[in-house]
Design a protein. Structure first.
Length: 384
């Protein structure tokens, strides 16, 4: 079966797409991903078994609608130049193009609704903009033979919003188990901490993901002045984004030097970096439904790579952390409270070690892609 995936990103570090592609290609299917060219990656390469083709660098125009037209035309032109049996749209910003190609070729389409698109944090509050995106998503879903959500809460919201959906399902953001089964873990952990310049006997707090606003990094910036155990800890910041420079400036003003920035890391390299940590930070501001019902990859990636979790009360995260007793959850998001939790973690390394082990064992047993892969394969192959 030949499968085409449209993805509005450069597709270099996206874990969900990587796992989806690997599952399909390892089972004999041919996968092509059409992604966006950011000017920093090759225009063509093979990632996770899939042929990735990056199209069109967007012109520097202020009008988003013009940029979207350029990108849509490029996606459709490239998609129709390929032979495929089914097409998959990732998020609402590729749904129109996938639906058009599906109709043109008389081929089935799936919609991987990774986000609650109308409720993302960056969605403008102007009612016209939200109505515009609602119409676009509504029209695209008319064509979708299958709609996939990242957790059950999001599936129910999407189904209620678009009752015409005929077939839907859930594919959780669980990590590949092979990324957490390193037989030389302790040796590699020690060596990698040295390579990153992390002193011995420090509790390492990891923030991994997009370094943008509304992703939780601001919570850490506000809490740092209240932390009393700076001499016992280290921050490891894995990722890149628009808030990075501002965050680094805040740390410089505060005189904080016990921090390592890695920049963007490839998905398959991520476990090496996470292995250097002890506690993973996971704070989403509960300002929109997309965050309230978040399904973050990093929760399970933290657990599978033996990190305890320090999080706020996002329902999915809270349920897992409390059920597995693998970290701390707080409903109080005041900077002083977060600082106190960090100080508490630094004062009880034995407790952190127990949480790390409990999370790791639970992740291997319940929260790996091995559980999701057969479901994903069955959904896609029965769609055609």
């Amino acid at each position: 079966m030949r499968i085409l995936i449209l993805f509005n990103n450069s597709h270099r570090v996206d874990g969900r797409v990587c796992k989806q592609c690997l599952t399909l290609t390892q089972n004999g299917h041919r996968v092509t991903v059409i992604a966006r060219d950011d000017g920093k990656q090759p225009t063509e390469e093979v990632i996770c078994g899939a042929q990735v083709k990056r199209v069109i660098r967007l012109p520097r125009l202020k009008l988003p609608i013009i940029k979207q037209i350029f990108l849509s035309v490029a996606w459709i032109k490239t998609a129709l130049a390929h032979d495929w049996d089914a097409i998959i749209a990732t998020n609402a910003d590729t749904l129109d193009e996938a639906a058009f190609c599906s109709i043109w070729r008389h081929k089935p389409m799936a919609y991987d609704a990774r986000e609650l698109w109308l409720d993302i944090a960056s969605m403008p509050h102007h009612p016209f903009v939200k109505a515009y995106w609602y119409v676009r998503e509504w029209l695209g879903i008319q064509r979708a033979k299958l709609v996939i959500s990242a957790n059950e809460e999001r599936r129910l919201i999407t189904k209620k919003r678009y009752p015409m959906i005929s077939q839907d399902g859930v594919i959780e953001n669980f990590p590949d188990s092979t990324l957490g089964t390193n037989p030389n873990y302790e040796q590699d952990r020690t060596e990698f901490r040295k390579r990153l310049g992390i002193p011995e006997n420090r509790i390492v707090f990891v923030f991994q993901g997009s370094l943008n606003r509304f992703r939780g990094l601001e919570n850490l910036a506000q809490a740092i002045p209240f932390i009393k155990s700076m001499d016992k800890m280290w921050f490891l910041i894995v990722g890149n984004g628009t808030y990075k420079d501002e965050f680094q400036s805040e740390l410089k003003k505060l005189g904080i030097q016990n921090v390592t920035f890695t920049g963007r890391v490839d998905y398959l390299e991520l476990p090496k970096y996470l292995s250097a940590g002890d506690v993973g930070l996971l704070f989403y501001p509960l300002t929109c439904l997309n965050y309230v019902y978040a399904a973050p990859n990093k929760l399970y990636e933290y657990m599978l790579n033996r990190l305890a979790v320090l999080a706020n009360t996002v329902p999915t995260v809270k349920r897992v952390v409390e059920d597995e007793k693998c970290g701390f959850v707080t409903a109080d998001e005041k900077p002083e409270t977060l600082a106190a939790l960090i100080d508490n973690a630094c004062s009880s390394p034995e407790n952190i070690a127990l949480m790390r082990q409990r999370g790791y064992e639970a992740a291997l047993a319940k929260y790996t892609w091995d559980i999701q892969a057969p479901k994903w394969l069955d959904m896609i192959t029965h769609m055609a």
